[in-house]
Write a protein that binds this ligand. Structure first.
Ligand code: SF4
Length: 474
């Protein structure tokens, strides 16, 4: 593996450990530092990640890749491979892929800089697992040790697992969920929130498409630049009678702000929540924001699902009522390894995702392979899939999408059609309309998520030009 530099030294406690602990810290630091480039996060999950340290991910993601990079390049540091793709490859070789399904806890920051070994030894002593008699004679010693490791990485306040959890309420909680449950072919789109306090243009954009879509996503700080909050804009849409999909990112939340904002959102009637990792901080214009993040997308889902279904905060306090959420996540049908991607999606579904909105798809063979991989893991009945599509506006636009958006491939025959066309704008629209119709026929697909890269003026024209009757439940 490449020698990888770190973006931030973890917080190190100022209190001096006693000599015995200091010795263990030094031994662990030098041994694991040499073998795994360990930075002493104090919350070691190496056994779960095929002995590749997940803290090598600049974002500190502990549950899988973010989807902004590619197998070849990390999105924060393009000079290195994505650490999570290395973890998948190593786990596949070792036959431990399924272990990656367990939803790992966020860091307990109070352990950072301390020794995991010391922690393990103390717990093992407390459970009498180090007595030679037990090691040699107790047939259940091995089980006791794996239980101990599980308890250490899954503390009571988190309790992550690798199982699917049926949502507490079978009835839909939003118009979007109702439409999907009724089997309508759903169309969603997204609007960038204002970069200021004037909402007129935002409202105009929403009005332009409201009769053509079931719901509108409100992006959150797109390209890591500050905009009006997704929550404020979602409320604005709701007041206009338009169904919003609130987007939240792990980049912009820690575990406290997430819970407080989301119970507020639920109290204000916002139901659809799309949980994302967020564009890399370096995409923004302000000086590089701190890394790693406190949470990742799977952890956002896990926290919100439990907040909703158990009506409990992460610290165990009971809420006065159950918040209502219809939870979504992102999917990457263009991932070169659909088997790994299906595993990542299964983890998100287990954590709480009920619908997926995918990255842009132009190559339907990629999409079909991805759907097959999801089907092989029996996931299609557990999640609604909305396939990402952006109208092609011109040859330059198609080339831009292929070159600038990670993992997006525009098949050569589309590029040739655009090159040979006397009116590439019209041809681009026709290609997108054809793709829309073909996607609509694919089993397992519940709708299309139209991304309006370059403005949404084109969407009504595109949707009116195809044989598609938008039904809306209400
Ligand atoms: S998971 Fe934490 S303790 Fe384990 S090797 Fe990585 S940085 Fe070190």
């Amino acid at each position: 593996m490449h020698k990888i530099r770190r973006y931030r030294n973890p917080f190190l406690p100022l209190a001096r450990p006693d000599f015995a602990e200091w010795m263990i810290i030094m031994m662990e630091k030098f041994t694991k530092g040499a073998l795994y480039q360990c930075s002493m996060c104090g919350n070691c999950i190496l056994q779960e990640t095929a002995y590749v340290c997940p803290m090598l991910c600049p974002k500190g993601l502990r549950n899988g890749p973010c989807g902004s990079g590619s197998t070849d390049h990390c999105c924060v540091d393009p000079g290195r491979p994505c650490v999570w793709h290395l973890i998948y490859q190593r786990a596949e070789t070792a036959g431990t892929l399924e272990r990656l399904l367990e939803v790992q806890a966020p860091l307990d920051w109070s352990n950072v800089g301390h020794s995991t070994w010391d922690h393990v030894v103390k717990e093992a002593q407390a459970h009498n697992l180090l007595s030679p008699f037990r090691i040699l004679r107790d047939t259940e010693w091995g089980e006791g040790i794996s239980r101990l490791f599980r308890d250490l990485r899954q503390p009571d306040w988190w309790n992550g697992d690798d199982e699917y959890h049926q949502p507490r309420l079978a009835d839909p909680v939003s118009k979007l969920q109702t439409a999907l449950k009724n089997g309508e072919f759903v169309v969603t789109t997204e609007i960038v929130p204002p970069a200021g306090i004037n909402t007129a243009t935002f409202a105009e954009s929403a009005k332009r498409v409201e009769n053509h879509v079931h719901a509108i996503n409100v992006a959150t700080n797109p390209m890591a630049t500050a905009h009006m909050s997704s929550l404020a804009c979602s409320l604005l849409l709701k007041d206009m009678g338009i169904e919003p999909i609130l987007q939240i990112t792990a980049r912009d939340h820690n575990r406290l702000s997430l819970q407080s904002e989301m119970i507020g959102a639920s109290a204000l009637g916002i139901r659809n929540v799309l949980c994302l990792t967020g564009d890399p901080p370096k995409a923004g214009r302000v000086p590089f924001q701190g890394l790693p993040f406190d949470l990742d997308a799977s952890q956002l889902l896990w926290i919100l699902r439990r907040l909703r279904d158990d009506a409990r905060f992460l610290d165990g306090r009971k809420l006065d009522d159950h918040p209502k959420f219809f939870l979504g996540a992102a999917g990457s049908p263009n991932d070169p390894n659909p088997t790994h991607e299906a595993l990542r999606i299964e983890k998100k579904i287990n954590a709480g995702a009920q619908f997926l909105q995918t990255q842009l798809v132009y190559d339907l063979s990629d999409l079909e392979q991805w759907l097959e991989a999801l089907d092989a893991r029996n996931l299609l009945s557990k999640v609604y899939i909305l396939v990402g599509l952006a109208p092609l506006r011109s040859l330059e636009h198609a080339i831009f999408l292929e070159e600038k958006i990670p993992d997006v491939t525009i098949p050569p025959h589309f590029i040739n059609r655009l090159k040979q066309s006397s009116c590439p704008e019209k041809t681009g629209l026709e290609i997108t309309q054809e793709l829309f119709q073909q996607i609509k026929e694919l089993p397992g697909v519940s709708g299309v998520h139209l991304m309006s890269i370059g403005g949404n003026e084109i969407l009504p024209q595109m949707l009116e030009g195809i044989d598609f009757d938008l039904q809306k439940t209400s």
